[in-house]
Design a protein around this ligand. Structure first.
Ligand code: MN3
Length: 236
């Protein structure tokens, strides 16, 4: 091997992503794109592999990159867990607050979204099913109201299932929607237990303009065990 060949092969190796690097501790401050918890085709046919690939490697990556840019020179913010950034966004430096809101929201919301899906979809049971029944009569009733909220969210945004207000005649669960990459945590609200991305980028390749068809298919890949874990965490 000549010195030139060696240099070329070193450069080629350096350009390769390191296996498992997503799980390794961050070498420097800043946010990194978390690995998807399953393969890009795992949610087929409900959510196609091309949509998942673009959604994760392009859309969410862009939120990560833009969040790092917005918080450049802010080591305390760069060192926070993403959920803390989202929860404290109103305290972010004013000059970059809107960018932090949009991009930290884009990072947290998608991490959360990947985590509440799986194939095959499970079924709600136990405490979660009781809370759904007490709030929406039954699972079908919940799906109907949640779908209406998701479809009715004008433009880009999210629909969320959240723990209800405590006490009084409040139902155990409630549905809220938010525009853009906002979420309830940003405004002092509860941590969601389930959420669906209704930006067109989440469904347009396969479902075109038919958001209701996408939400219907999405229900088949909801990871209800993850939703139950989110609820348990909330009431702990
Ligand atoms: Mn999205």
């Amino acid at each position: 091997m000549t010195r030139r060949d060696f240099l070329l092969s070193s450069a080629a190796l350096a350009a390769l992503p390191l296996a498992g690097s997503a799980q390794e501790p961050k070498a420097k401050a800043g946010f990194a794109l978390a690995k998807l918890p399953y393969a890009y085709d795992a949610l087929e046919p409900a959510i196609d592999a091309e949509t998942m690939t673009i959604h994760h490697t392009k859309h969410q990556q862009t939120y990560v990159d833009n969040l790092n840019k917005a918080l450049a020179g802010q080591p305390a913010w760069l060192a926070m867990p993403i959920e803390e950034v989202v929860t404290k966004v109103k305290e972010a430096p004013e000059a970059v607050r809107a960018a932090v809101r949009n991009n930290a929201g884009g990072v947290w919301n998608h991490d959360f979204f990947w985590g509440v899906m799986a194939k095959p979809g499970t079924a709600p049971k136990g405490e979660l099913l009781e809370a759904i029944n007490a709030s929406f009569t039954d699972l079908a009733g919940f799906q109907k109201v949640f779908t209406a909220a998701a479809v009715g969210r004008f433009g880009s945004g999210w629909a969320w299932l959240v723990p209800g207000a405590k006490g009084g005649k409040a139902k155990p669960l409630a549905i809220v929607t938010s525009p853009n990459q906002d979420n309830p945590l940003m405004d002092g609200g509860p941590r969601p237990i389930l959420g669906v991305d209704v930006w067109e980028h989440a469904y347009y390749l396969k479902y075109r303009n038919l958001r209701a068809k996408y939400v219907e298919a999405w229900f088949t890949v909801v990871n209800w065990d993850a939703v139950a874990a989110n609820l348990a965490k909330k009431s702990a």
